[in-house]
Design a protein around this ligand. Structure first.
Ligand code: GDP
Length: 532
């Protein structure tokens, strides 16, 4: 079984997280380029041309088609098999974006050097930190005017609560960007606006930043400043500790410029070497499943419904957690309590779908879903019946009361809503003491509300009325024996339950959350809905 171990050890599965416009698409393109997948570069970019009106369904369909194919991109580089998980960031930001992080073994966080940590980065980081996966940082756009690098490190540490370790250090920025000093090798990578970015490296003869060779290279004043900065980092900065990196407590930071392809390959090399191969997953009983076991196991982390009425199929994306997948193999679907043959297994290379013959722990494949899977479901060898711990629900930020225009269509309405909720596109809540006649829907991104309306009409023949509600925050009540009838909440807070029967409070502002916590002793609230 040496081969199995080797195959699994060379896999690296990660997500790139960032706020829109920080450079995620540009970085992804460059990484694909290094993997020799040059023809893909354009197609990744094509996702960006999406200036459509939200009501333009053809466009959404087209775009969703593209995001299906680029949900995960696999390529080889330097002996590694790399799976990049796409985390949509613009209008299509949704709960799926968070859930995708559940399938990653590490994350690359792209920060704009002029802006520092931004809102969406913060949210995605928060989800990564729940799992303690390694997080690497790229401070991008160094070819533009940037904030002071020390200030940026401080921003990351204070905003996100993670320690940083700069692997390299920038010399100037914008039109005065000279390059970066690599701390480990005591060398300078020279930035040149002539297009030979990063290909020219000058090493210190003595192995220190003091070497006069650098003075000649970048000039006296830049060299003085660099020496001071590196000394400061060596004395006052964090120490590099691999254990801390792997636990997600310390983030290695790389200054780079994705657009000019500066610093990207050194980042990739270092990242692949430092980051973790496939991590083990725990079962609902808390037992870790050995990644290198001969037995296949996987879980569903995303379900993509096709909105085209001619092709009402769904694809379930599964993350393989142990062993090897072979095309046509029979597996046990724990939640469905039956054996199934995994049909039409697919792997995704940007625009091209390929039928997969085999795949290993760490890989992501898409399987045809005749409507049997739900987010978090487990697939195992038929002889091993266990389930992985579930994927939590993440906090929606937009809420609306939803009902069918025509009450006669109630049954189809409930069926459709339940299906869309099971695929994970929306969360559905019921008001306390009221049944399914009054439904509140929560979504992470507003586009999902339009998707719901569109799908109920097209797939279930139900026109719905959506009344937007002023809530912005949701908190799951963790306290087991809470007395719901006597819970003290403000008049603009709403008590609801979700489809799993978990008790939830909807708030209009953060003030309301503090108020409720202050007025109810022993009440514990969380912003993630845990499942067993
Ligand atoms: P995304 O929204 O995070 O995927 O960001 P994109 O990769 O689409 O980048 C947003 C914009 O920033 C685009 O116009 C890019 O060309 C530009 N950009 C990305 N990386 C860099 C960089 O390193 N330097 C400069 N100057 N521009 C960049």
């Amino acid at each position: 079984m040496e081969d199995l171990r080797k195959e699994i050890e060379r896999r690296r599965t990660f997500a790139i997280i960032s706020h829109p416009d920080a450079g995620k698409t540009t970085l992804t393109e460059k990484l694909l380029l290094y993997g020799g997948a040059i023809r893909l570069a354009g197609s990744v970019k094509s996702r960006k041309s999406k200036n459509y009106a939200v009501s333009d369904w053809m466009e959404i369909e087209k775009q969703r088609g593209i995001s299906v194919t680029s949900s995960v991109m696999q390529f080889n580089y330097d002996g590694y098999v790399i799976n990049i998980l796409d985390t949509p960031g613009h209008q299509d930001f949704s709960e799926d974006t968070y859930r995708t992080l559940m399938a990653a073994d590490s994350a690359v966080m792209v920060v704009d050097a002029a802006k520092g940590v931004e809102d969406q980065t913060r949210k995605l980081f928060h989800v990564c930190s729940l799992r303690n996966i390694p997080i690497f940082t790229i401070v991008n756009k160094m070819d533009r005017e940037a904030r002071d690098p020390f200030e940026l490190m401080e921003d990351i540490e204070n905003e996100l609560g993670i320690k940083t370790y700069p692997m390299n250090w920038p010399i100037g920025s914008g039109k005065d960007f000279k390059g970066v000093y690599e701390r480990e090798s005591s060398s300078i990578q020279v930035f040149s606006s002539a297009g030979t970015h990063g290909s020219s490296t000058v090493a210190s003869v003595k192995g220190s930043v003091d070497d006069p060779v650098f003075k000649d290279l970048i000039g006296d004043s830049y060299h003085e400043e660099l020496k001071e900065n590196i000394e400061l980092l060596d004395i006052a900065g964090n120490e590099f500790d691999m254990g801390e990196v792997l636990k997600g407590n310390l983030s290695p930071v790389f200054f780079a410029s994705a657009l000019t392809n500066f610093g990207i390959e050194p980042f990739l090399k270092s990242f692949l070497e430092l980051t973790s191969p496939p991590l083990p997953r725990a079962t609902s009983e808390g037992e870790e499943i050995d990644v290198f076991s001969d037995d296949f196991s996987a879980f569903v982390f995303k379900i993509q419904a096709n909105m085209n009425p001619q092709h009402r199929d769904r694809i379930a994306f599964i993350r393989i957690c142990s062993g090897k997948f072979k095309k046509g193999m029979e597996v046990y679907h724990y939640q469905g309590k039956n054996k199934i043959k995994l049909s039409q297994p697919q792997q995704f290379l940007a625009q091209d779908r390929e039928v997969v013959e085999e795949a290993y722990a760490g890989d992501i494949i898409g399987v045809f879903d005749p409507g049997i899977y739900a987010i978090g479901d487990t697939l195992t060898e038929p002889k091993n019946k266990f389930k992985f711990e579930g994927i939590p629900a993440f906090a929606p930020e937009h809420f609306a009361r939803v009902r069918p225009m025509d009450t006669i269509k109630r049954k189809q309405f409930v069926k459709g809503i339940t299906q869309v909720a099971q695929e994970g596109a929306i969360q559905v809540y019921k008001e306390h003491h009221i049944g399914m006649e009054e439904i509140i829907v929560g979504v992470v991104g507003t586009l999902q509300m339009d998707v719901l309306e569109f799908r109920l009409k097209n797939e279930y023949g139900v026109d719905i009325k959506i009344d937007h509600l002023p809530y912005r925050f949701v908190r799951w009540i963790e306290t087991a024996d809470v007395d719901l009838d006597n819970i003290d909440i403000t008049s603009d807070t709403k008590l609801v339950t979700d489809l799993r029967g978990r008790n939830i409070l909807l708030f209009q502002n953060e003030w309301g959350i503090s108020w409720v916590l202050n007025h109810n002793d022993n009440l514990t609230l969380t912003d993630v809905g845990k499942v067993d």
